[in-house]
Design a binder for this molecule. Structure first.
Ligand code: NAD
Length: 260
């Protein structure tokens, strides 16, 4: 389905991004991996993608909170593959704290990584996508792109921002075959959520078990975590011709959380 196309998935060494990279490789796309982690595990992931799906896969260790590192990654990817056809802006971190105690450096990091990085990758891929009259940009939002929760000021601000960036990109790319959408998952069980359970327990003075049942699954009417494979399947669908008129949308995959 995506044979001959190249997908760059940021933050794809773990969780949702990794599942999306594997899914797009299974669909036939070459893959540019990015993110942090154990070098041997990342190399095993990269080599495994090439072996299992008969596509080319490369890896960039770029720190996406830094604009110059993003530029270098995009240049290298374009030189290797001739251009990025599918961009998935997924890398993100979370920090939980009341606003008045929120560390300024954490605010700056979350805005840089969860929001500004997507602006930089987008501005750098658009010329190629517009020129070839085809491109897919998928921004990883969250239910927190639509509604807030206490103690997540930077994350909620960044995710609402990414929804605005998506809509603007969708309008600018509309007549050039470029489509841009935001995927808005509810709680997906990944290392990011594990970290949040611990942080929320601290911020609210609750046990981790209480946070899981009374905070996390309380928000999700299905009382089930979203799976990374379900999010990856939606990303895959957005790359198909059938999704050609889905543009600028905030697509919820949250078990009904934001229906409330
Ligand atoms: P994760 O912690 O499993 O993965 C995050 C990825 O980002 C990793 O590959 C990590 O190495 C990478 N990363 C972190 N800092 C980076 C940096 N400075 N530069 C480059 N890469 C960096 O998290 P996840 O749960 O898979 O989250 C992925 C995305 O999904 C995030 O944008 C998150 O906000 C969003 N999301 C997650 C959930 C959830 O419940 N897990 C829900 C909604 C949205």
């Amino acid at each position: 389905m995506l044979a001959g196309k190249t997908a760059l998935v940021t933050g794809s060494t773990s969780g949702i991004g990794k599942a999306i990279a594997l899914r797009l490789a299974a669909d036939g796309a070459n893959i540019v991996l990015n993110g942090f982690g154990d070098a041997n595990e990342i190399e095993a992931l990269r080599a495994g993608i090439e072996k299992d799906y008969k596509v080319k896969a490369t890896y960039s260790a770029a720190d996406l909170s830094k604009a110059d590192a993003i530029e270098a990654m995009m240049k290298e990817a374009a030189a290797t593959f001739g251009g990025i056809d599918i961009l998935v802006n997924n890398a993100g971190v979370q920090f939980v704290s009341p606003i008045e105690e929120f560390p300024v450096e954490k605010w700056n990091l979350i805005i840089a990584l969860n929001l500004s990085a997507a602006f930089h990758t987008t501005r750098l891929v658009l010329p190629h996508m517009k020129k070839q009259k085809w491109g897919r940009i998928i921004n990883m939002g969250s239910a927190h792109a639509k509604v807030a929760s206490p103690f997540k000021s930077a994350y909620v601000a960044a995710k609402h921002g990414i929804s605005g960036l998506t809509k603007t990109t969708a309008l600018e790319g509309a007549t050039f075959g470029v489509r841009c959408n935001t995927i808005c998952p509810g709680y997906v069980h990944t290392p990011l959520v594990d970290g949040q359970i611990a942080d929320t327990a601290k911020a609210r003075g609750m046990s981790e078990e209480q946070v899981k049942n009374e905070v996390i699954l309380a928000a999700q009417p299905t009382k089930e975590f979203v799976t990374v494979e379900e999010v990856a399947a939606l990303a895959s669908f957005l790359c198909t011709d059938a999704a050609a008129q889905i543009n600028g949308a905030d697509l919820s995959i949250d078990g009904g959380w934001t229906a409330q």
